[in-house]
Design a protein around this ligand. Structure first.
Ligand SMILES: O=P(O)(O)OC[C@H]1O[C@H](O)[C@H](O)[C@@H](O)[C@@H]1O
Length: 526
């Protein structure tokens, strides 16, 4: 029996407020720092590790966090979720994205269907489709092979798949498994679709229309935009488009597509990268085997998330430390800083994943909570960010916890030695330097040059960003966010906060406006 209680009603949370705050600067200086770096590390899937030495934790804080995990029943709640409980209370839905990559618990039957079987069946369908396209069995009207895949979708139907594609594009080129180049159209800004269409050979392109609901204005508009371009080029859109949607959506009934692959209402858009939403485009781009490795990495990480011992569960530990930082230390934001150019859009994906999930002010029963919930998430790859916003991170008045990600090896392997080090070594040297600089600071008589230190960070370290590591990385953040939602007692799986803007935009387009809305409409010439 699980109890869904607000964070501030838990005795272990009250205890945590009384645990002495760690002096990070002292803890990370000298031998004590070296010892922490060795000790405060949890193995992850794909040979990666979550290192939290530079977080404001010590054995006392960790003990208090373990009690909180226990009292908040985090492991039990995860179990409820993967065994098919109605965790998404707002929409009265199950939450099953983990089932797209493995069977963690009992068989989940919903609407009379074994859900694991359903997801596997869809995987088989899009894998076979991709193989036929690669083999030249599915071709364009002129009998020629398709060379490019263009995904049309927005939000969860864009950010995750796009970030994953970019993360593996160079790895796939290097490993000779880039089957098709992928492009993405998301914004309703006509310049987005026009620019992508100008950059591809439409006659040899397959367009993947992705919309879980099948009703998203931007995506339907861009579908028409693309169909128009295909018709103008003398092509039949039905021979160039496939759809990924939920079975209940209006798109599911249409015969306008070469093929259709399905997800369902039990997978939230932002959690859909491992479903057909990411699967179709990634299998077309890299081949089904690569997508399978990606799923394998995610499945292994999902299993680690089952661990009741927080010191062996990187997601639960990361979540607990995050809540400690947010609700007790009072930090408002979290920066995601991958030292990997391939992860250039990963922070953008995490913005949706985290902020759309936990940006809530009421608990899962609709009652206001008396504490802060999800942090503001932002980020950029390092070292680029260092030359941009790190000034505020080092010396600003806000302390922003940092989530670094780094890999020992590059993906392409081409490198140069300048002044006795490779570029990869320079990249890794920078992330090591930043962690210590943030934690330990540097005293200077000139206050302008003084670094206070005491600024916490963690790092996920891997050998190389390959499909398995990427799957594990994705699952890490998905599960961390899930555990934080459990701690805050919010429903992390709906997103009512995006509705109001959509309704008002419709009114503007229908010229049904007054007051400020009318004035803005006039200013923008609508
Ligand atoms: O996949 P779709 O149904 O087209 O939804 C696309 C996106 O739009 C919505 O506004 C939601 O905020 C997102 O969670 C969702 O991922």
């Amino acid at each position: 029996m699980v109890n869904w209680n607000n964070l501030d009603t838990l005795a272990s949370f009250q205890t945590l407020t009384n645990v002495k705050e760690v002096d990070l600067k002292a803890a990370m200086t000298g031998e004590s720092g070296a010892d922490r770096v060795k000790r405060y590390s949890v193995p992850m899937a794909a040979g990666m590790a979550f290192n939290y030495a530079a977080k404001k934790v010590d054995d006392d804080v960790l003990e208090a966090l373990a009690k909180l995990a226990e009292e908040a029943q985090l492991a039990e709640k995860y179990k409820e979720l993967y065994n098919g409980a109605v965790i998404n209370t707002g929409e009265k839905r199950l939450v099953l994205h983990q089932l797209t990559r493995g069977q963690l618990g009992e068989k989940v039957v919903a609407d009379g269907v074994d859900k694991r079987e359903f997801y596997v069946e869809q995987q088989k369908k899009f894998s076979e489709f991709a193989e036929k396209v690669h083999a030249g069995e599915i071709v364009n009207a002129a009998g020629e092979k398709f060379t490019t895949v263009v995904q049309i979708g927005i939000g969860g139907s864009d950010l995750g798949p796009r970030a994953m594609y970019l993360a593996l594009e160079n790895w796939a080129k290097k490993n000779d498994t880039l089957k098709m180049e992928a492009k993405f159209i998301s914004n309703v800004d006509p310049d987005d679709a026009a620019a992508v269409l100008n950059s591809v050979d439409v006659a040899h392109s397959i367009f993947v229309l992705v919309s879980k609901s099948g009703t998203t204005l931007e995506t339907l508009t861009n579908e028409s935009f693309v169909k128009d371009a295909l018709k103008n080029a003398g092509l039949d859109p039905a021979k160039h488009m496939i759809a990924v949607t939920s079975e209940t959506s209006p798109l599911a009934k249409s015969a306008d597509y070469l093929a259709a692959f399905f997800m369902d209402d039990y997978i939230g858009g932002r959690f859909s990268s491992t479903s057909a939403v990411g699967g179709a485009v990634l299998s077309l781009a890299f081949g089904p085997d690569v997508f399978a490795q990606f799923l394998e990495g995610a499945a292994e990480e999902d299993k680690l998330s089952m661990n009741e011992n927080i010191l062996e569960n990187p997601e639960m530990l990361d979540a607990l430390i995050g809540v400690y930082e947010r609700n007790i230390l009072g930090y408002q934001a979290t920066a995601v800083l991958p030292y990997s150019q391939a992860l250039s859009r990963f922070p953008a994906h995490l913005q949706q994943l985290d902020m759309e999930s936990n940006g809530k002010s009421v608990n899962r029963f609709g009652e206001p909570v008396n504490y802060v919930t999800g942090p503001v998430i932002f980020g950029e790859p390092g070292t680029n960010g260092q030359h941009s916003f790190y000034q505020l991170l080092h010396q600003g008045t806000n302390i922003v916890p940092l989530q670094f990600v780094g890999f020992k090896n590059s993906q392409i392997g081409t490198d140069v030695v300048i002044e006795d080090s490779t570029s990869q070594q320079k990249l890794c040297a920078n992330v090591a330097a930043q962690i210590v600089a943030f934690a330990c600071g540097k005293e200077d008589e000139n206050s302008n040059k003084n670094f206070e230190g005491g600024r916490p960070s963690s790092i996920i370290i891997g050998d190389q960003l390959d499909p398995k590591a990427l799957g594990a990385l994705l699952a890490h953040f998905e599960n961390k966010i899930m555990f934080q939602g459990f701690l805050w007692n919010v429903n992390s799986f709906d997103q009512e906060g995006v509705q109001l803007g959509k309704v008002l935009a419709k009114r503007v387009l229908a010229h049904d406006t007054d007051g400020a809305l009318k004035e803005y409409s006039d200013l923008l010439n609508i």
